[in-house]
Design a protein around this ligand. Structure first.
Ligand code: P6P
Length: 337
């Protein structure tokens, strides 16, 4: 693998794509790469070092914050704040966004970042893979002034870049800056990410569906009908059910093999569970750049106008033909929209 491009070389080679001449965007990606390596070390040692279990706090989502959640959040926040590489950062683990002040009180940077520092963290205690998800936008308020909430409440179609780190059997960083999706695998022996999956694409079709079927009784009828379609013995069906409970891992497998991930509305969660800004928009950008599709069952995820930092939306994402078929079933019940 050592003959492959490293992530650093790839970023430099593709600098021509980024409108920023100051190299700010490249430095931002490099700081994410550094933070990912630090978190990876801790995630891999979690079973040995006492950072498992609850940190005692409860985050804005009302979920117990596990120490590794808190640790990962601190690493990404501090890596960006200390380097003043972005002008603001919003984290799924933080109640509000953070304006990054420059040494002289102003910050001339033009990018803001949103991050889910450790998605699927409840899997850490049972040694199942987890991930980091990030999303980058150009600020919309005047450069040099403190960032405002509107810099973060942008539609997903305004993203400059998005990606994830999957801390799995191997650690990979997968990202897009609007020119396709590329995957880099970490060689832990030397601490370098190497280009291992160039131009990743969702197969148009697949036979894997990922959903928490424990919520079946609470699903809208269109989802129930689609699941029965997946399970009936006809044509290329029944499909295979695969659900890890870690969005990054389910998405990554489905992008390689073909499949659909669904977290729909339910009678217990009227807007589903996933956050539009921290999970759905970045994964939707990746999906579309990989010739896949991402909607809320009716509308393109990246066209939704965010109204609050932590809002949740229903999420259907993966192989285009599978998402289209799911939407056909959803369309039969417009009252559920
Ligand atoms: P459930 C993790 O908390 C997460 O946000 C996604 O990574 C994952 O796909 C989903 O929630 C799992 O939710 O309700 O099935 O446990």
């Amino acid at each position: 693998m050592e003959n492959n491009l490293t992530l650093g070389e790839f970023i430099i080679e593709n600098q021509k794509h980024y409108k920023s001449t100051s190299g700010e965007f490249s430095r931002l990606l490099s700081s994410i790469k550094l933070a990912a390596k630090i978190v990876n070390y801790k995630v891999n040692k979690a079973g040995l070092v006492d950072i498992l279990g609850d940190a005692g706090d409860v985050n804005i989502q009302g979920e117990d914050q596990k120490k590794l959640d808190v640790y990962a959040n601190d690493v990404f926040m501090q890596t960006l704040i200390n380097r003043e590489i972005a002008c603001g950062i919003a984290s799924e683990e933080e109640d509000d966004f953070v304006a990054i002040k420059g040494k002289h009180g102003t910050n001339e940077n033009k990018y803001v970042m949103l991050i889910d520092p450790l998605d699927g963290s409840s899997n850490v205690d049972v040694n199942v893979s987890v991930g980091t998800i990030f999303s980058i936008y150009r600020r919309v308020t005047p450069i040099g002034t403190p960032v405002q909430q509107e810099d973060f409440l942008q539609r997903g179609n305004q993203q400059v870049a998005a990606g994830y780190v999957v801390y799995g059997t191997s650690t990979m960083l997968v990202y897009t800056s609007g020119h396709g999706v590329n995957g880099f695998t970490l060689n832990p022996a030397i601490g370098s990410f190497y280009l291992s999956h160039p131009n990743m694409e969702f197969p148009k079709d697949g036979n894997i569906y990922s959903i928490n079927e424990g919520n079946y009784v609470h699903f809208p009828q269109g989802v129930k009908d689609y699941l029965k379609y997946c399970q009936e013995e006809k044509d290329d069906r029944p499909y295979t059910s695969r659900y890890i409970g870690s969005l990054v891992s389910d998405f990554h497998r489905n992008m390689i093999k073909g499949g659909i991930y669904m977290y729909p509305t339910s009678s217990i969660g009227p807007k589903g569970k996933l956050r539009l800004l921290y999970e759905c928009n970045p994964m939707a950008f990746l999906a579309e750049q990989a010739n896949g599709k991402a909607t809320d069952g009716y509308v393109r995820i990246m066209d939704l106008k965010p109204t609050e930092l932590h809002q949740r939306v229903p999420f259907f994402c993966g192989s285009t033909n599978m998402v289209n078929k799911a939407e056909e079933f959803m369309a039969k019940y417009p009252e559920d929209a």
